[in-house]
Design a protein around this ligand. Structure first.
Ligand SMILES: Nc1ncnc2c1ncn2[C@@H]1O[C@H](COP(=O)(O)OP(=O)(O)OP(=O)(O)O)[C@@H](O)[C@H]1O
Length: 740
């Protein structure tokens, strides 16, 4: 992925925004278990009372609980509460109608009072326990032994009856109870204290159900708000991620396409067409998918994992080992799965390449396959490529299929462990139920984060193989390039082509295909090339428009080395007709205009006339507007060649390269075409490759090639006498009379 990292730069802004939104989303998600814990701990267990310092308390109640306080604690209470005469604050505390109450002063240290009441609640509980065990009876208390810590059901009238008895309890008993209470966890002090506060409020006639309801609704609304925030952030991040990934893949496709367009034949020889197609489509899709996933998860998952661990440890340090265990198990699991799956993932793209190659070959060579009844062989070949790909995919998917349930098992196992350990801790009053539930949710969030991270690591290797394959194309410098400062052609020479001691070797080949070729093709003349198959005729022609660059020597057009001119300038002077007529989908007219978009209808008709195409075009249903299907499959081989010739002629070029372009024409058409060429493009330089002697007989100059060397040069007549190779070719095609 590093090699294509510069494509991220354009999208730095949206990515940064996405990261900020993900941070907000993570914060929202991480706050939810906390609110749930508040609802359980404070809302349900403490009746919505957040503080153990009662805002008001009955005089009897305060008096009673003072029995359990030390002298310092009593002083703090005396300084924090003020007596409110009956009838003063009846709306808040209905009981104030009939009796005086104590209200917490505004100046009081609420936290200190809260701690004090929390501790006093436990002093009360401990004292009761101690008295119970001493007296062996429960008559003296409102609690039975199983609900000693439950101060929510206090019957104050019975409690106050105990007061004379408390006077007889030795101070040491209270001191011991206070000492024990001081050791209770703060959260438990707060919880029990809050429950006592609720009882105080009930005694004063306050609607405690309303307090509880208000608290739960408020926390619930916060939860809703944060959930909506999380959803909104997730949607926005989804949009941004889609934009970035789709934009990036568009940029990659554009650059790959442009680069492939600039490739010379050398690069096409290096990358197979099937591979180029896979790279432009499937490979880019892989990268797009991983970018999409990456933006959403790569930042979010670590934030959630780290945030979740921090929050969980804050809730309960004693259960940290469970999180550590989960993380170790997950890392181990993901590690094992990766080591097995990774090589298979990396292999995937080359298997897709192979399948595309076989499918493509089979489709283009369908007729040949049928003609030789080789369908079975092709089926087997495709089947093998298909099976290899399927097996690989199946293996990887099986692994993934195993991974999910195993991860779920770990997740549920961890939840169970938390409930098991947490339940014991709740029983020992070491943590609150809500905290245990929040802990469980944090553990699940951490595990899901690891799942996300592992998902990225599963797709990342495959995408980075794809990214490498894309970068291979983008980073390939075409062998044929424009010079930094292209020179212009000399205007006085119009279409002169000259080869000076040209040798050429294909990349990776052992020896040269062309050896020391020198000749000049003058304007107004036809230079023909003939020779056995593989003698290097097409290769020679391909050097003129720079489809390849010479290995040694130089090719000159109008006195300028073709490597010093711009490719556009050079090719504008050349009308090229390839060996295999290639048409593009469109109409006949659009194909003929391919080399000169602004060619008039008259120019097209004239070109078609010379190319001997007028007759068959006129028999077509829509004439020039007849549609041509992909690859020109709805016209015959000869018709395709004639249209290719007309296309080149329509450009009005100075140099025409006919690479065995008359091979599919019958003798009559061939002759008529050559005659027309002679008159219509009389000033142009014509380089013509042919297998048929009759095609080149009239040429001004014939060059005979054999194994990449020039073995004869001259006119037909001259060569018959001087070149045995030419004579051999001619004698195999012409009658004795024609040879004479
Ligand atoms: N892209 C290529 N890479 C490597 N070698 C090649 C490539 N194209 C052609 N050759 C080799 O170069 C030699 C000359 O090929 P070329 O196509 O120029 O011959 P030709 O004379 O045009 O043959 P034909 O008349 O059959 O078209 C052949 O031996 C061929 O195997």
């Amino acid at each position: 992925m590093r090699r294509i990292s510069r494509y991220f730069k354009t999208y730095f802004g949206p990515i940064l925004l996405a990261v900020l939104l993900l941070f907000a989303q993570a914060m929202c998600d991480l706050s939810l278990p906390n609110y749930m814990s508040n609802i359980v701990n404070t809302g349900i267990q403490q009746g919505g009372i957040t503080n153990a310092a009662p805002s008001a308390v009955s005089t009897k109640g305060l008096q009673f609980f003072k029995n359990f306080m030390s002298q310092d604690q009593k002083t703090l209470i005396d300084n924090s509460y003020q007596l409110v005469q009956k009838g003063t604050d009846t709306s808040s505390y209905p009981q104030n109608k009939t009796e005086d109450i104590y209200e917490l002063k505004d100046s009081a240290d609420r936290q200190a009072v809260s701690n004090l009441f929390g501790e006093t609640t436990w002093t009360f509980i401990n004292t009761m326990k101690s008295l119970q065990s001493k007296m062996g009876s429960k008559a003296s208390t409102t609690q039975d032994s199983s609900t000693q810590t439950d101060v929510s059901n206090i019957d104050f009238s019975k409690l106050y009856q105990m007061e004379p008895m408390l006077a007889r309890v030795p101070q040491q008993t209270f001191a011991d109870a206070r000492k024990k209470a001081a050791g209770v966890q703060d959260s438990m002090k707060l919880q029990s204290g809050a429950v006592l506060v609720k009882a105080f409020y009930q005694e004063l006639g306050v609607d405690t159900a309303q307090i509880e309801q208000n608290y739960i609704i408020r926390e619930g609304l916060y939860m809703l708000l944060f959930t909506l925030g999380s959803v909104a952030a997730a949607i926005l991040v989804g949009l941004l991620a889609s934009r970035v990934s789709a934009g990036m893949s568009r940029d990659l496709r554009r650059d790959v396409f442009n680069r492939v367009n600039a490739f010379s034949n050398t690069e096409f020889d290096k990358f197979s067409t099937a591979s180029l197609i896979t790279r432009t489509t499937n490979d880019i899709t892989q990268v797009q998918m991983v970018v999409l996933m990456g933006i959403r998860m790569l930042f979010y998952a670590p934030m959630m994992a780290l945030g979740g661990i921090t929050m969980a440890v804050r809730k309960s340090v004693s259960m940290t080992w469970i999180i550590a265990l989960a993380v170790i198990v997950l890392i181990g699991l993901v590690g094992v799965i990766f080591s097995i799956a990774l090589p298979r993932f990396k292999k995937m793209q080359s298997l897709i390449d192979r399948m595309n190659l076989v499918a493509r070959e089979n489709l283009t060579g369908l007729m040949v396959t049928r003609a030789f009844s080789n369908q079975n062989f092709e089926e087997k070949r495709f089947d093998k490529a298909n099976r290899n790909l399927t097996d690989n995919q199946r293996f990887v998917n099986r692994l993934m299929a195993i991974m999910m349930p195993v991860m779920m098992l770990v997740m549920n196992g961890i939840s169970l462990l938390i409930v098991w350990v947490g339940a014991h801790q709740v029983a020992q009053s070491r943590i609150q139920v809500g905290d245990m539930m929040a802990y469980m949710q944090y553990a699940i969030q951490i595990i899901i984060s690891f799942l996300f991270i592992s998902a990225i690591f599963i797709f990342l290797p495959r995408a980075s193989v794809s990214a490498g394959r894309i970068a291979d194309i983008i980073e390939t410098e075409p062998a044929v390039q424009d010079p930094p400062e292209p020179k212009a052609f000399r205007p006085e020479k119009k279409g002169c082509v000259e080869f000076r001691q040209v040798s050429f070797r294909y990349q990776g080949a052992q020896e040269d295909v062309l050896h020391n070729i020198s000749f000049t093709a003058e304007p107004g003349q036809t230079t023909a090339f003939i020779g056995s198959t593989g003698s290097g005729k097409s290769t020679l022609i391909n050097l003129i428009p720079r489809f390849y660059d010479v290995t040694e020597g130089a090719v000159y057009v109008d006195g300028l080395d073709v490597r010093q001119a711009s490719q556009k300038d050079l090719r504008a002077r050349i009308g090229y007709v390839p060996q295999k007529g290639v048409l593009l989908s469109g109409t006949i007219a659009s194909n003929l205009r391919y080399g000169k978009a602004d060619a008039t209808d008259e120019e097209l008709n004239a070109a078609a006339q010379v190319a001997q195409a007028t007759e068959f075009i006129s028999t077509m249903p829509d004439g020039m507007q007849t549609s041509i299907s992909q690859g020109g499959s709805n016209v015959s081989g000869g018709q395709k060649q004639r249209l290719s010739i007309a296309r080149a002629l329509a450009t009005g070029a100075q140099i025409y390269l006919f690479d065995d372009s008359f091979s599919a024409l019958d003798f009559k058409t061939d002759a008529a075409l050559r005659a027309a060429l002679k008159t219509q493009i009389s000033g142009a330089t014509v380089l013509l490759v042919a297998q048929r002697v009759s095609t080149i007989m009239d040429a001004d100059q014939i060059i005979v090639l054999d194994e990449g060397k020039i073995v004869g040069r001259g006119t037909h007549r001259e060569l018959l006498n001087t070149c045995p190779t030419y004579y051999e070719i001619a004698s195999s095609q012409l009658t004795k009379e024609e040879l004479a």
